[in-house]
Each structure stands twice: as structure tokens, then as C-alpha cells.
Design a protein around this ligand. Structure first.
Ligand SMILES: O=C(NCCCOc1c(-c2ccc(O)c(O)c2)oc2cc(O)cc(O)c2c1=O)[C@@H]1CCCN1C(=O)/C=C/c1ccc(O)c(O)c1
Ligand SMILES: [Ca+2]
Length: 499
């Protein structure tokens, strides 16, 4: 209905990176469901190698040992419990699945794994799956080292080892069956979709064969015949022969150009300016909106060296970050994913963070710490919880309320002041100039008083605003005045924030 503040079109995914299953279950019930988040992307739930050097890096979870469901985030039972509780709270679970490879060839042998399963990397033996040497691509790879040496060679990129990771042979029926069985075990538990890791390194035809074996969603929570939502990680910033478009017929694809370009515009690099965003979308070389999974930053490129390079905005630069996230959530392009991070001891040296490998807040034994929620709703410890910042939370609601409405009433000053609406459901004004924005703008909204959801929101009683108040006249116009010095130099109103 008109004021569908949380249910009309839940549209945002939040990546609760490295969170434990028990904390995710709590978050679904206490926060994500009530605030209209669509889904949680969880870290890889499969058993992975325990890396000692560097000590327990975040990327150890991208080196599988088996498809047993025990990891740093918890046990299989805790995973099942979390999925059930989140589904009941109206929050879907999308699992990050690592199916291109197993662990590094140099990971040794023994039981240094999160479930204690035996493996022998040099002999390519993973008895808990089972995989053995014939299930890897050694005979297909043509490089001397067996590793990917040249990203311009599409055969190497698919059939050789990515940084030494044992490359699975998806052309073989046994491997396809094992991978599909792993994904089906998650679907049968109630998972609603997948973030498929490193898709650039797998052949579309093999992925198609695997996806074709996937079950429908569990009917305990989803309508009969529902299919998993799939979004594929393909790091394509141009310059490589492998394109995101090769995968878009199989499911959504991550659009890494989005965060890179948005970061450059908001940082005002290379004379990029906010007014240029009037045409943001396919004309910028991005993929069609209905294929795109978009984000400002992700778990890898927020550490500086990942895809998108140095223009990527992160929680380390909160003022620009909130502006970028607000723009992304207000703009109709793509399916939006929010990053929820932890802080680490960043140590920049010649532009590279020496500690970019650091894992989540943890105890001396390596186990991950819980996420404490403070009385004011922020997170304690080193958990950043960007998704709990009120500006971001309120823009998730904005996106839900504006779901399906077209971009409308664009205005800009030719520099770094812009405004645009979503039909008659929402309107946002952003000042990224060094001077005050002072303008009377056509909002397309019904006349009345609205609360700005960035500087505050409607009071619980719905009688007043805790932040700025915007009056829209009978002609749909409203006056906006935003100083360049404000902590958050942008204003947003929507039909759910009307008094
Ligand atoms: O220096 C590193 N890696 C080399 C540069 C990044 O290359 C990687 C890419 C990668 C990077 C850029 C591309 O264009 C591309 O096609 C692939 O994807 C991965 C996916 C995995 O599941 C596991 C990995 O170890 C990687 C990886 O190392 C450190 C040490 C090993 C892990 N790692 C890392 O930096 C780990 C990075 C990582 C891990 C998981 C991811 O999903 C991801 O996107 C990156
Ligand atoms: Ca591969």
C-alpha cells in the first residue's frame, strides 16, 4: 500500500562478512526483517583450510577442503537454525559458494581444516567430498607453472590454477554432481540463492550444467517452483577478453565498474562530477540494469588492492561513503548489495595495506568474536555495521518504497549538485560542491510535509521529524538548502516519511 515502508519491494542485500551464524539469526529477527532488508549474503559455509601464515586470513574461507558445513561462522546445526529464523523473519539467505577450486596446492596434508577433515593438497586428495587428482584440470592447463600466467588467454583463466588454487574440472560429471549436491544441500535447508565466487575462472557451459541440476527453493518458506536467485562474481573492469556478458544469460552478474566509477565521481577525480551521473547506467559501459548486482565496495576491494582500484569508497571515508550508498539506493539501476565490515589494523605502505589479509575480530584460538549491539543500535567491538547507520537504513526503506518507479525530475547545476526523484514516491538532493546548494526544485511528490531521512526521520508517533522538515507545495516544488560543510550534505524524502 502507499506507505509500504518495509514490505512493498524489499530490494537490498547486506553482506554480513565473516559474521557467525548465531549473530546473523539475531540480526534477521531484531533488525533486518523489521527494516525491510531483502536478504543476507553469508560467508562461505563450507569447510576450508586453516591458514597459519599469515594468521587466519579472511581469504582462507576461499580455499575449500570439503563441502561439509562447518566453518569459522559455526556448525551445520547453527547454520540450519539461522536460515530458518531468517526466513521466518522475512529475510532470505544467499550463500557465497566457492566452487571453482579447492585449497592451494601448497596447503600441505593433514587435518588443518575447519572441520578437521583429512586432505592432501599435493596429491589433490579430498576424501570428504570425494575428489582425487582426476577431478582437477592439470591435464587441461597448458602453462608451465600450472597457474594462470596471462589473463588475456581465456583458456588459462578457466583451466589453470588461480594463484595456485587447485582447479576443479567441471567438464567431468562427477565434479558437476558434487558441486550441485553441495548447492542443493543448502537449497534444501532453505537458502534462496547464491553468490557464485570466481565465475570468470569457470566456463559458462559448465556453470549452466551445474545450475540446471539445482533444486527449487524449499516450499516450507517459498512458493512451489521458486528458483534460486544467482549472482555471479565476474571481475570485469574492461581490458580482458572475458566479459561479464558471457555469464549474464545464466544469472545476475557483479558489476565492478559501478563502484569504481561512482567512487571516482564522488572523489571528483579526473574532472568527474556529480552532474555526469544524469546518464549513469548502460551508456557508461555498465551492463543492462536487469542483469547487474551493484555495490559501492565489497570484501575484497575495500582493502585497496582488489578490483576497482583506489577509487573505491569504504567505511574508512564515511562522509563520501554514505553519499555513495545513498545515491546507489536511490537510483533505480541494478540489484543493490550493502557491505557490512569489520575494522582491522590498516597499515598503508606505498599504497598497499600490509594488513589487507586480516580476518575478523577473533580470540587467540582463532574463533570469531560475537557482534555486540550497543544500546544506540550501533555495533561494538571492531564490527562496523554500515547497514545499521541510520542514513543507510533509511535509504534501504527509500529504495523499497520507490521500487518500480522510474528516475524522474533530474536537476543539476552542471557541477556537483544534483537531485532526482523516483516517480511520485521519493526525491533526493545531493550537494558535493564546495558552495551551498540553495534551490527550489520540482519533486514530483504530492503536496505536504516530509521528514528528511538523512538528518533524521519521522518520530514514532508520526507527528514530527527528528531532523530536517521539507514542505512540498501544491505545485510539487520544494526548497532545499544544503551547506557544503554539513556532515551529510544530502537530503532525501519519500512517501513513507510524509507527515
Ligand atoms: O594476493 C592475493 N591474491 C592474488 C590477487 C587476487 O586474486 C584472487 C582473485 C581474483 C582477483 C582479481 C581478478 O580479476 C580475478 O579474476 C580473481 O580471486 C580469488 C578468488 C578466490 O575464491 C580465492 C582467491 O584466493 C582469489 C584470489 O587470490 C591474496 C593472497 C591469496 C588470496 N589473496 C587474495 O587477494 C584473495 C582475493 C579474493 C578472494 C575471494 C574473492 O571472491 C575475491 O574476489 C578475491
Ligand atoms: Ca577454473
Amino acid at each position: 500500500h502507499y506507505h509500504c515502508s518495509t514490505t512493498c519491494g524489499t530490494t537490498s542485500i547486506v553482506h554480513l562478512f565473516e559474521w557467525r551464524w548465531r549473530d546473523i539469526a539475531e540480526e534477521c529477527e531484531n533488525y533486518l526483517g523489521p527494516n525491510g532488508f531483502d536478504a543476507v549474503q553469508i560467508s562461505p559455509p563450507s569447510e576450508n583450510v586453516v591458514v597459519a601464515q599469515p594468521w587466519r586470513p579472511w581469504w582462507e574461507r576461499y580455499q575449500p577442503i570439503s563441502y561439509k558445513l562447518c566453518s569459522r561462522s559455526g556448525t551445520e546445526q547453527e547454520l540450519r537454525d539461522m536460515i530458518s529464523r531468517c526466513n521466518k523473519a522475512g529475510v532470505k539467505i544467499y550463500a557465497d559458494v566457492v566452487i571453482n577450486h579447492m585449497c592451494s596446492a601448497s596447503a600441505g596434508e593433514g587435518r588443518r581444516s575447519t572441520c578437521g577433515s583429512y586432505f592432501n593438497a599435493s596429491k589433490e586428495e579430498f576424501p570428504s567430498v570425494p575428489y582425487s587428482a582426476s577431478h582437477f584440470n592439470d591435464d587441461k592447463c597448458t602453462t608451465a607453472s600450472g597457474n594462470i600466467e596471462n589473463y588475456q588467454d581465456i583458456y588459462q583463466v578457466r583451466d589453470c590454477r588461480l594463484v595456485g588454487l587447485l582447479d576443479l574440472a567441471h567438464r567431468k560429471e562427477h565434479v558437476r554432481e558434487r558441486v550441485a549436491s553441495y548447492m542443493n544441500s543448502l537449497l534444501d535447508m532453505g537458502v534462496a540463492g547464491f553468490r557464485v565466487d570466481a565465475c570468470k575462472h569457470m566456463w559458462p557451459q559448465d556453470l549452466n550444467a551445474i545450475y540446471g541440476q539445482l533444486h527449487n527453493l524449499n516450499t516450507e518458506w517459498f512458493p512451489e517452483g521458486s528458483r534460486p536467485f544467482i549472482y555471479q562474481e565476474v571481475i570485469d573492469l574492461g581490458g580482458e577478453p572475458i566479459k561479464a556478458s558471457e555469464y549474464s544469460g545464466l544469472g545476475h552478474v557483479t558489476e565492478f565498474k559501478y563502484g569504481a566509477k561512482l567512487g571516482s565521481v564522488i572523489r571528483r577525480w579526473n574532472r568527474d562530477k556529480l552532474a555526469d551521473l544524469k546518464t549513469f547506467g548502460e551508456s557508461w559501459g555498465l551492463m543492462p540494469s536487469n542483469q547487474a548486482l551493484v555495490f559501492v565496495d565489497n570484501h575484497d576491494n575495500q582493502r585497496g588492492h582488489g578490483a576497482g582500484g583506489t577509487s573505491i569508497l569504504t567505511f574508512w571515508e564515511p562522509r563520501m561513503y554514505k553519499m555513495a550508498v545513498a545515491f546507489m539506493l536511490a537510483h533505480p539501476y541494478g540489484v543493490t548489495r550493502l557491505m557490512s565490515s569489520y575494522r582491522w589494523d590498516r597499515r598503508l605502505l606505498d599504497g598497499k595495506d600490509q594488513n589487507d589479509w586480516m580476518g575478523p575480530p577473533s580470540y587467540p584460538d582463532g574463533s570469531t568474536k560475537p557482534v555486540p549491539i550497543n544500546p544506540d543500535g550501533s555495533c561494538g567491538g571492531d564490527w562496523v555495521c554500515e547497514h545499521r547507520w541510520h542514513q543507510i537504513r533509511n535509504m534501504v526503506t527509500f529504495r523499497n518504497v520507490a521500487h518500480g518507479q522510474p528516475l524522474s525530475n533530474w536537476w543539476d547545476n552542471g557541477e556537483n549538485q544534483i537531485a532526482f526523484g523516483r516517480g511520485d514516491r521519493g526525491f533526493i538532493v545531493i550537494n558535493n560542491d564546495d558552495c551551498t546548494l540553495d534551490a527550489s526544485l520540482q519533486t514530483g511528490m504530492p503536496a505536504g510535509c516530509y521528514c528528511d531521512v538523512i538528518s533524521g526521520q519521522r518520530t514514532a508517533a508520526g507527528t514530527g521529524c527528528t531532523g530536517k522538515r521539507i514542505t512540498v507545495g501544491e505545485d510539487g516544488r520544494a526548497r532545499f538548502s544544503i551547506k557544503a560543510s554539513e556532515e551529510d550534505p544530502f537530503v532525501a524524502i519519500h512517501s513513507g516519511s510524509k507527515l
